[in-house]
Design a protein around this ligand. Structure first.
Ligand code: NAD
Ligand code: IPM
Ligand code: MN
Length: 354
């Protein structure tokens, strides 16, 4: 099995290096995997003048799965949109048709105290955000900046969803719910947006094919509030690209830190790109303090969904659980009075626990 490793920018290379340590250990124990590194984001721009170099895209297409760190850094902020690091990530998602983004938010018992909420409100929390990833206002045309009739510049984007796009992501959510607590909450803004009206209609129709799964609908503003009021009411949250982006960062704080949240972005055949939910964290890049667990847990999802290596995936997740139980903490999840360890020491601890 071949994995393309795309570290990206900022803390990306630091956290990915720890996941590679885990892979090295698994390979030494007989796992049949090999991997190749390639640049994406700002690193791609620096090397080839393109945030998604053709060689990187070709490597990603040829691989069985992709592990990505994060992209973006302030020094690229002034570039035209097509050259920005974020564009490399959006393009690889689109090119590979990775429409289904799974973002599980799981509270490890040991970390309930690190949550932004009271421990009893989050203990045992296990929710899954199913975020549509290749449509919505992220990709809709037309978009741009134009001069309006008053001679003033105005920016515009297009929020658009085709029925087929809604249908296929809805199936992903209902199928995921079947393996869980059989509840889907579809999140939209159907009281205001036409895209959301269609979204709700199509999701409701798909829901009829899953009579064993309970479907509810919620407006996104209420959902943002309910996530902090009573997050355990949710099993699977199904939502569009932009709402899912925002709600998943919010959900990360229920688990203690955004440094804990992994994700899988899958196509229709379970080929996938795996990355932490967080970004390149320019404020802490280069300091060796970032939490690598979201990336290591993303590797576990990669082993499970794209390589079919369930036992290896569980082994990695158990090791992470053991490390947390032993009290090892990076700064973002350290309780007051606990001396945090470095990114590399956290990676080493996971390898040791394997
Ligand atoms: P961010 O997620 O990079 O950082 C937000 C905050 O969380 C920062 O204080 C950061 O230090 C902290 N944080 C993030 N990951 C952490 C980790 N593993 N351990 C400890 N702390 C962590 O979001 P931002 O600051 O809004 O964006 C920074 C850059 O990253 C931007 O260029 C943005 O476009 C990009 N970005 C990329 C991705 C991605 O590659 N998937 C995702 C989000 C943002
Ligand atoms: C994410 C990120 C990306 C997104 C950006 C960097 C394009 O925030 O993966 O959550 O908005 O999808
Ligand atoms: Mn995001």
């Amino acid at each position: 099995m071949k994995i393309a490793i795309l570290p990206g920018d900022g803390i990306g290379p630091e956290i990915v290096a720890e996941a590679v340590k885990v892979l090295e250990r698994l390979r030494r124990d007989g796992l049949d995997v090999e991997w190749t590194h390639a640049p994406i984001g700002g690193a791609g721009y620096d090397a080839y003048g393109d945030p998604l170099p053709a060689s990187t895209l070709a490597l990603a297409k040829a691989a069985d799965a992709i592990l990505l760190g994060a992209v973006g850094a302030p020094k690229y902020d002034a570039l035209p949109r097509e050259k920005r690091p974020e564009q490399g990530l959006l393009r690889i998602r689109k090119e590979l048709e990775l429409f289904a983004n799974l973002r599980p938010a799981l509270v490890h018992d040991e970390l309930a105290a690190a949550s932004a909420l009271k421990p009893e409100r989050v203990a045992g929390l296990d929710l899954l955000i199913v975020r549509e990833l290749t449509g919505d206002i992220y990709f809709g045309q037309p978009r741009g900046i134009r001069v309006n009739a008053a001679g003033e510049r105005e920016g515009f984007d297009t929020m658009v969803y085709a029925e087929g796009e809604i249908r296929r992501i809805a199936h992903v959510a209902f199928q995921a719910a079947r393996k869980r607590r059989k509840q889907v909450c579809s999140v939209d803004k159907a009281n205001v947006l036409e895209t959301s009206r269609l979204w709700r209609e199509v999701v409701t129709a798909v829901g009829r094919e899953y009579p064993d799964v309970a479907l509810t609908h919620m407006y996104v503003d209420n959902a943002a509030m309910q996530l902090v009021r009573n997050p355990k009411q949710f099993d699977v949250i199904l939502t569009g690209n932009m709402f899912g982006d925002i709600l998943s960062d919010e959900a990360s704080m229920l688990t203690g830190s955004i440094g804990m949240l992994p994700s899988a972005s899958l196509d229709a055949h379970n080929k996938g790109l795996y990355e932490p939910v967080h970004g390149s964290a320019p404020d802490i890049a280069g300091q060796g303090v970032a939490n690598p667990l979201a990336t290591i847990l993303s590797l576990a999802m990669l082993l499970r969904y794209s390589l079919g290596m369930e036992e290896a995936a569980r082994r990695v997740e158990r090791a992470v659980g053991a490390v947390l139980a032993s009290g090892v903490r990076t700064a973002d999840i350290a309780e007051p009075g606990v001396k945090p360890v470095s990114t590399a020491a956290m990676g080493d601890a996971v390898v040791a626990a394997l």
